[in-house]
Each structure stands twice: as structure tokens, then as C-alpha cells.
Design a protein around this ligand. Structure first.
Ligand SMILES: [Zn+2]
Length: 411
């Protein structure tokens, strides 16, 4: 399957300036098209738009200093955005999301198709720039980037990006099957051994806010996988920095400095959280012995609290904290995506099933009762049952049972 490896690169000051120049020009071209489309022009598809590049070069000769394939990628990228937009419109979505302008403070990712990259020598990769040959003398020499890790042997394309601190990265897209054939890098990487898989084993997970995932296996064993814990601390820091910043005049020295600090801290938070989700999904996909992994369908879940009239200040505060958490910090949707590809990669089967009422239902007697979020323990109200169980564990058992019930006797 296709995977991606992101490697930090080191470039000279001059080369960094070249990368900045090229991404600025690519973004300009992209935004120029977005502007035309926003003014109601029809999208002619990338084949037709590509033909307009010659005209754009006449209009802005500086484009000649940008590597041509990067400019082509701009059209592909916009085409993808437009096709996704059309798809959403066709699906009747309320907010189909028209492609947006790319802001100036963000780095416009540069995509190099692999076949145009010269062989990598040692850990040095040469990223071409525009000009030379029939285009006349090169304005910027090719960028010589030093890779801080060994890249995969066979790759498809390379994307150059920058983070908030101004570090540059190359992301290599590669097929892991192609690597192994050639005794590639997977052997050189330290890898933990995958546990022996139990082919008829099943583990069902309840995904939640307090605990990232609570699971139960066919052998009745429970797993508790905690999520990222530090978001509260980070949010407090971020709020502090922002309110401090907003006391200064925009574009003043202090304001700019505090903006940088804010960016740095929020990136650190994002990285930590992402790392945590990666580890959790890796644990489930790679380290657990059960072959079948079952989770509930998140799209059916109402996580966001809606605003209603006459809410008390306390309710308002609660709603804001909760929704910030769901939108910014939770990352469960990303977690499911990671889980999907990791399960595929390690030969596991992922099932996503209807999870309606799995928290409300008693796993022993199927009695249903309301379970507001603050109730962390399920206490069955049915007199003959009286089950007392952790809320998430109860829900995991329900998901497991539902999964079994769904399977026919001979499948
Ligand atoms: Zn019960």
C-alpha cells in the first residue's frame, strides 16, 4: 500500500529563499485561478488550464524561474479541489465548500513527481528549479537538500513543505511492497515484532472522550487506551499567550513575537496529540493479537452540543469547552483514518458497525436507560439484573455482541 515518509531537510539560506520564491509563485498561480472561479468562471479541467500556462508565463516572466512540473501540479491540485467540490454538491451537502485562497503565511506545498528527480546521492537530493536550456540562464540554481534520514529506495513523488518554525521537509510517497522486493528499508528500520495473530480473535472498541478507546476481546479481556492528556494545559497556555498578544498593536514587534510563540506552542500540542493517536492506532493494529477489530460508526454520534436560547452562563461555558474539545482536540476522526490504514497494512480486518444506544443499553439484560455523560458507571435499573459496570466497558461489550449477532451462522 502507499505510505509516506516525512524527512527533515537542511538547505542553505540561498536555497531556502529559492524554495520560498517558488512556493510563492505557485500559490499566486493557484489563487489567481481561484479568484477567476469565484467570479463565476467555469472550470475547464486541468488539461485545458495547463494550456494557459504559456500565456501566464508571458504575463509574469518570473514564472520561468519556477520548475515547470511544479506549476503543472498547481493545476492538478486545483482540479482535485474542484472535483471534490462537485462531488459534495452532487451529494447535496449543505456546505459544499468551494476551494479557498491559500493564505500567504502558509507554505504552498511543492510536489515533485519522482521521475524528474535525479538519483539521490547519499543523503542529498537535488530539487530542480526553472530555467536553463531553451529557457535561458537559470535565475536560481537547483536546490541541494540534505536529508536527515535515509529515504525509501523507490518512491513515487516528493512533496516539499515547511512547518511553523521554518524547518523544511520532504515527504516521500512510496509503496511498501516495492521496498520489500528489493530488500528495502523496512529491514533497516527498528521494528517491533508483530504478535502472533489469533485468526478467529475479535476485539471491539468503544471510542470516547475520556478514554480514547475501551476494548473487549472474545476472551473477555478488557483493554483501556488513554488518549492525549495534556490538551487542557496547552489550551490554557495558548489562551494566555493570545490574550497577552492581543494587548499589543497589530504588527508591532511584541505582537509578531507572541504570534510566533503561539504558533510554536500550538504546533507542539498538535504534534503530541498526533503522536499519541498514531501510537494508539499502532497498538491496536500491530500489537494486539485479535484479527478482527470492531468499532462504532462515529458519523451517527452527536458529539457537539447545539446552542439553544435561554442558556445559562454555566451551560454556555460548558458548551464552549466541550465543542472546542470535539472540534480541535479530540481528533477521533483522524484516529479512525489511521486505524483504517494501519489495519489494512498489518492484515487485520476493521469493521465499523452501527452503535446506536450502545451506551444506553445494559450489556447483560438489554434494558435501556439514559446515560448522561457525567455518569461514568453503568448501574442497571432493572431489579432482576443490577449490573454495575464501567460505562465504556459496558458499551464495548454491546458493540462486540452486536458484531457477533450481525454475522450469520456460517460466515
Ligand atoms: Zn441489566
Amino acid at each position: 500500500m502507499l505510505l509516506s515518509q516525512k524527512i527533515k531537510i537542511e538547505v542553505s539560506k540561498q536555497d531556502a529563499a529559492t524554495l520560498e520564491f517558488m512556493q510563492g509563485k505557485c500559490r499566486g498561480l493557484y489563487n489567481w485561478w481561484v479568484m477567476r472561479l469565484r467570479n463565476g468562471e467555469r472550470w475547464p479541467g486541468w488539461q485545458q488550464t495547463k494550456k494557459t500556462l504559456a500565456k501566464s508565463r508571458v504575463h509574469d516572466p518570473e514564472l520561468n524561474a519556477v520548475y515547470g512540473k511544479l506549476l503543472h501540479e498547481v493545476y492538478f491540485r486545483l482540479d482535485k479541489a474542484m472535483q471534490a467540490f462537485f462531488r459534495r454538491v452532487a451529494a447535496g451537502e449543505k456546505k459544499p465548500g468551494f476551494p479557498r485562497f491559500k493564505p500567504r503565511h502558509e507554505f504552498f506545498t511543492l510536489c515533485y513527481p519522482a521521475m524528474y528527480l535525479d538519483r539521490i546521492k547519499g543523503n542529498t537530493i537535488i530539487l530542480p528549479t526553472g530555467g536553463g536550456g531553451k529557457w535561458g540562464p537559470k535565475r536560481h540554481p537547483n536546490v541541494i537538500a540534505h536529508l536527515t534520514e535515509t529515504p525509501p529506495e523507490h518512491f513515487r513523488e516528493v512533496a516539499v513543505s515547511r512547518d511553523a518554525q521554518g524547518n523544511y521537509y520532504c515527504s516521500f510517497v512510496y509503496n511498501d511492497a516495492e521496498q520489500k522486493e528489493h530488500g528495502g528499508k523496512d529491514n533497516t528500520r527498528k521494528q517491533r515484532k508483530q504478535r502472533l495473530m489469533r485468526d478467529n480473535g475479535t476485539v471491539a472498541f468503544d471510542l470516547g472522550i475520556k478514554t480514547l478507546a475501551t476494548g473487549v476481546t472474545d476472551q473477555g479481556r478488557f483493554y483501556h487506551i488513554g488518549g492525549f492528556k495534556g490538551y487542557r494545559w496547552y489550551n490554557k497556555q495558548l489562551d494566555k499567550i493570545r490574550s497577552k498578544r492581543d494587548k499589543y498593536k497589530k504588527k508591532s514587534r511584541r505582537y509578531i513575537h507572541l504570534s510566533k510563540v503561539y504558533k510554536r506552542v500550538s504546533e507542539r500540542k498538535r504534534n503530541k496529540q498526533c503522536d499519541c493517536l498514531h501510537k494508539a492506532s499502532h497498538l491496536i493494529a500491530h500489537r494486539l493479537a485479535e484479527r478482527a477489530v470492531v468499532i462504532g460508526d462515529l458519523s451517527q454520534r452527536q458529539m457537539v452540543i447545539k446552542k439553544h436560547e435561554e442558556e445559562t452562563p454555566k451551560e454556555r461555558n460548558k458548551r464552549r469547552i466541550r465543542n472546542r474539545m470535539v472540534y480541535n482536540d479530540w481528533g477521533l476522526y483522524g484516529f479512525v483514518q489511521m486505524l483504517t490504514y494501519k489495519c489494512l497494512r498489518f492484515g487485520k480486518e476493521l469493521y465499523i458497525i452501527d452503535e446506536r444506544d450502545t451506551t444506553k443499553m445494559c450489556s447483560a439484560c438489554q434494558n435501556k436507560q439514559d446515560m448522561p455523560l457525567w455518569k461514568r458507571t453503568y448501574r442497571c435499573e432493572n431489579e432482576n439484573c443490577g449490573l454495575v459496570m464501567d460505562r465504556d466497558e459496558n458499551s464495548a461489550v454491546n458493540i462486540y455482541e452486536r458484531f457477533l449477532a450481525r454475522l450469520g451462522p456460517h460466515t
